[in-house]
Write a protein that binds this ligand. Structure first.
Ligand SMILES: [Zn+2]
Length: 175
């Protein structure tokens, strides 16, 4: 049976000691079975994997770069922003089975005969981690109307003003 090839996979069998770079290009929809919001990741995602091999260790650096689509948290204007992520993993070559429990997520054990490493899930995680917590427009004067100078959105002010506005209308009505 033909096993489906992982989206992001590096071949490490026969890899010489030293630094090796692998380049990939993918789309959000390529991550089968793993959810990446296709409304955010709408464009090509560039992935660079740098593998540094020593005698008994393999250090893998995953770098992602793409332009993602957001909406401003304050004024909801659509925004496209370049986002970059980086994640480092350490693979330790070992002939015998070590206690997996003692290894954390970034430190993994691999067999000396391992042919390739599937990094699809790590790339997906790097992309998710590279998403900014907050997205607001920069240098958009229309955005400032709703936000304070510091960019902090005070929803109470807005509610209060519309509430005061209606009160004002009411007052005028009964004057
Ligand atoms: Zn805005």
């Amino acid at each position: 049976m033909h096993k489906e090839k992982p989206l992001i996979e590096i071949r490490i069998a026969g890899l010489m000691q030293g630094t090796h770079t692998f380049d990939f290009s993918c789309r959000a929809k390529d991550f089968r079975g793993h959810v990446l919001a296709e409304t955010v990741f709408t464009r090509d995602i560039a992935v660079t994997v740098i593998a540094e091999k020593t005698e008994n260790e393999l250090t893998v650096t995953v770098r992602t770069a793409t332009v993602a689509d957001f909406t401003c948290d304050i004024c909801l204007v659509p925004l496209a922003r370049e986002i970059r992520g980086e994640y480092r993993l350490y693979y330790i070559y070992s002939a015998e089975e070590k206690n997996q429990e003692s290894m954390d997520d970034d430190h993994r054990q691999i067999d000396l005969n391992t042919v390739s490493i599937d990094l699809t899930e790590d790339v997906r995680e790097t992309l998710l981690l590279s998403l900014p917590m907050k997205v607001t427009c920069l240098g958009n004067p229309n955005c400032r109307i709703y936000g304070s100078e510091s960019g902090k959105f005070d929803s109470c002010t807005d509610e209060k003003s519309s509430w005061q506005e209606s009160l004002e209308k009411l007052k005028n009505k009964y004057r």
